[in-house]
Write a protein that binds this ligand. Sequence first.
Ligand SMILES: [Zn+2]
Length: 445
Amino acid sequence: MLRFLALAALATATVAPASAGSDRHVVLISLDGFPARYLDDPEVSLPVIRGLRDAGACTAEGMHVSNPSVTWPNHTTLVTGVPPATHGVIYNGVLTRAAGKPTTSAAERRQSELARVPLLFDVLKAKGLTSAAINWPCTSGSESIDDNWPDVPKTFTYTTPRLKEELEKSGLLKKFEAGAAGRDEAWAEGTAHVIRERKPNFIALHLLELDSTHHQHGPETSQGREVAAKLDALVGKVVKATEDAGIRDKTTFFIVADHGFIANTKTIRPNIALRDAKLLAVAGDKVESARAYVVPEGGIGLVYLTDPATKEEDRKAVHGLFDGVEGVAAVLDPADFPRYGLPDPDGHPGMADMVIAAKDGYSVGGAFKGDGLIQEHAPKGTHGYLSTEPKMNALFVASGAGIKPGSKLPSVENLDVAPTAASLLGVPLEKPAGRVLTEILAESK
Ligand SMILES: [Zn+2]
């Protein structure tokens, strides 16, 4: 149905003509862990974002996200238009498997070690357009981003020198280092600064506090709503910066999120069951050896079968332990992965051999000590659930230059954001899995 509508809309809507050195601007803001449903929740105060929505486009269901429904994979989808199966980012870092040992992870990695395809920043650079990224994942070491303050541990080691110097002078570096509470503000003010000073064609901003708050307290809590309102004001600061820079009427805004959130009071602890089944051995405070090992990713667990000699036997054992047990929605094998946009482990060394998916109300934990598969606890929140779960749907609002006011679609895919943004900048993407959202584009005059 949507595809049919898209074809129909092609007849009336036209995409901006390609031109390097363009005076068009796109501002992409990701509010980490902002569920689609907050947009219509009267208890969440969002005057700026709702104002942008009313003057622009939104959807009934929000935006469908990628599996795994976690931060780095989805931010990479947002700036490539392809799923994790293609761009290769499946975790907030790089996962490394070792024969007979637990899988390890490392977050301090460069774009070139994480993403297998060019990001929108790279595509724009090749066409002579400028860009900036503030706290955007998987961009560290980018040679294309003119001003980059990346989402990576030891962030200022990897910040572009000119911007780092300006952040020092303006006090934003100090504000950032004072602690987590002021970081979103520092990132938003840093974005406003770059817009005013450099007027980049494309700038991507990622704000984090709502995700942390939702993890700690759960979604639909007073704490979550309060932070959402704070983010709304920060979006307002960025919009104001485009006015100060005199580019408001040439700027398109995408206000999105990487995933939604689900409240849970029970944690599934598969490594404890693997330990009891002698597929994993614990010595002291660490896992000494593992034929099967689970890396938790919120609503899913990535299962690594590390011994090629016993892999198929161990796969059966994992099914035997987790198929149909409390809290488990599904246990997936590689044959299922393409359906969920996940890569095949044969072509991606960091990808798991199986995936355990949790039900609403449960999360997957990594504990390997203690007893009992299920642990009950005070309400918390997480994400990472299969993206077919509607509560994983993320915020989507598009507004400003080139967007038809009052457009409302049933839903969009996060794969569609990069192709649409690129098209508005006059630099169409070559092979996106998503599409240009022609229905929300204003007719060119
Ligand atoms: Zn996130």
